[in-house]
Design a binder for this molecule. Sequence first.
Ligand code: ATP
Ligand code: LTN
Length: 338
Amino acid sequence: MSDNDASPKPVILTGAQPTGRLHLGNYLGAVRNWNAMQDDYTCFFFISNQHAITLPKVPAELRQNTYLCLAQYMACGLDPEKSTLFAQSHVIGHNELAWVLSCICPLGQLERMTQFKDKAKKQISVNSGLLFYPVLMAADILLYNANVVPVGEDQKQHLELTRDLAEKFNSTFSPTFNVPEAYIGKAGARVMSLQNPTTKMSKSDPNKLGTVDLIDSADVVRKKIMSAVTDSEGSVRVDFANKPGISNLISIFAAVTGKSAQEIEDEFAGKGYGDFKKCVADAVIATLDPVRERYERLIKDRAFLDETLKKGAEVAQRVAFKTLSKVYRKVGFPEKIR
Ligand code: ATP
Ligand code: LTN
């Protein structure tokens, strides 16, 4: 782990809201890919707790969720010895840069954001943080001069704004920021709900049987997979249009075992869904058991989690200050004499 600018490794950065529990979709579609990047990139992973308050939160839960998320990410393999792990609220600079960026960001572009429109529709009164959120996200990214930003589909538009703001700043003042690339996981990595396999597995799914949480016990995982919605045809083969449930289970089985869909179809030719589901459950449990065990150890060790956040914030803060000083100089703020 280094904040050395001379590092030849490209910078990868991503943030995740402290939502409490991660699920199998988050793991297979996102965190597992981030793990694999830790050796080849300078990595910054942070918990975006400042974004989280754009919608009302219970303070004690928000605080606790920061630790729950950190412990789950670390249990999945994010390693503070290799990557900088930190909480957004621990670093000064995100909001300062966001302010500067807001002053070159057209209001119309924020008002057109799909996520803003969707979230605003669900609110009785819309706070300005919800509108401003993509500017803060742009600042999160540009503050560390990220080259690559892994995000879900829903964040693609925010990444476009980030790129626009980086280019606008660079051309208005002088070249300062990398123009970051989004890294969108493969479409095949999309895990669908076990109960409604045409919608993605999501933490906000009200049907809890549809989502396998990373920290579900083995019994609960088994129960959820055994009760996954399938079809009446009875053959284990991929057909997303007509057999979305079985196709989803085949994708999950493939993702956790490394087998191809064809190998799975051959292995289960002539066998029933019950046998197949049992094997899927065994394989998912074998993948998640060690994650849950590491999580249970980590979540009890608050001192270690605090120390991890502290060290991460120190590294992040040095980079953040450097970028912010440069930005302040370029926009014409006088240097602060220390
Ligand atoms: P929400 O319930 O609000 O839709 P979520 O459960 O989809 O949330 P996010 O926090 O939006 O989770 O996503 C975090 C990361 O996990 C993103 O990179 C996203 O692409 C990935 N991800 C989320 N759900 C899935 C899924 N079902 N399959 C694959 N990847 C997923
Ligand atoms: N908005 C993202 C979380 C997020 C983020 C970021 C992701 C905040 N800042 C910077 C990538 C880069 C979300 O809600 N998933």
